[in-house]
Design a protein around this ligand. Structure first.
Ligand code: THG
Length: 264
């Protein structure tokens, strides 16, 4: 599993405050903690309330790269913020995200080519998120076609079937799982699959959020999920991930497999 740490996101109060007060230490500690918990990349999102998102993105990336050269997933809906972010990355970046809207695909697949970036493609368009896997697959096909059109290897595409909060969109979870399974057949090499895992528990009762996240992650891994934007610092979530991968024969069994994974 390719783990993209979700914590550097202005949606979180501590991050929003650190951006506002230009408190680098808070961001750098979050970056290092996620890396030590085995994140393979870090999502970077200035959050909805940022007054100057371009400046905030630049500040975040510079702060992070003072302490680690890890892969960054630039998480923004704004084209200029995206390009600023991509231009600053030391490692090969990830665009988070494109969707199946024509204009958006044109802009973001061009940027992926220009910056040699991987690209997350959401199975949504101007009409929103389809209610079933068939609708999601139609949009996934458009994203795969855009790879071909812009000369991007289909293995660089991470299809995101967009999981919605289970408390308000319960029928979607099983459709997302089916989309993950079916996505593999769209191209050779197969596109990868990713989820913004914590969406699934947003708005659910606090006492069940972590349980919902780790149960859904386990199910998604059983259906072939390749990557997740998730809380790598959640120990029980990581234990579930490692165990699910073990049972899918993605890790070699040994009696102390959790410790062995963390030592790698
Ligand atoms: N797909 C892609 N990118 C994404 C998402 C996605 N980026 C953003 C988001 N979704 C993934 N990141 C998060 C981060 C936090 C939460 C959900 C998704 C979250 N936070 C808690 C809440 O809102 O209840 C806690 C917030 C807090 O503690 O303040 O749920 O789907 N490609």
């Amino acid at each position: 599993m390719f783990i993209i740490g979700e914590r550097i996101n202005g949606m979180f109060k501590d991050v929003a405050k650190a951006i506002k007060e230009k408190d680098k230490a808070v961001i750098q500690a979050l970056a290092l903690k996620q890396v030590s918990c085995k994140a393979n990349a870090l999502d970077v999102n200035v959050g909805p309330a940022s007054a100057n998102p371009k400046e905030a993105m630049e500040w975040l990336i510079k702060a992070i790269q003072e302490v680690t050269d890890i892969t960054l997933a630039i998480d923004t809906t704004k084209q200029d913020v995206m390009e600023t972010g991509l231009s600053l990355c030391k490692a090969k970046p990830i665009i988070n995200s494109a969707n199946a809207n024509e204009e958006k695909m044109k802009n973001l697949f061009s940027l992926a080519k220009k910056y040699n970036a991987s690209i997350i493609g959401l199975t949504m368009d101007k009409a929103g998120i389809p209610k079933d896997s068939e609708g999601r697959m139609e949009l996934a096909m458009k994203l795969v076609a855009a790879c071909v059109e812009y000369g991007i290897d289909t293995s660089e595409l991470y299809l995101d079937a967009v999981i919605l909060p289970v408390n308000v969109a319960q029928p979607h979870a099983k459709e997302v799982l089916k989309t993950i399974r079916d996505s593999k057949m769209l191209a050779d090499p197969a596109p990868k699959t990713v989820l913004g895992l914590s969406n699934v528990s947003q708005g659910s009762s606090m006492q069940y959020k972590n349980l919902i996240n780790r149960t859904f992650l386990t199910m998604a891994i059983a259906n072939g999920l390749d990557a997740a934007i998730m809380d790598a610092t959640d120990k029980e979530l990581m234990d579930s991930l490692i165990t699910a991968e073990l049972l899918m024969e993605k890790q070699l069994y040994c009696d102390s497999y959790l410790e062995a994974y963390r030592k790698k």
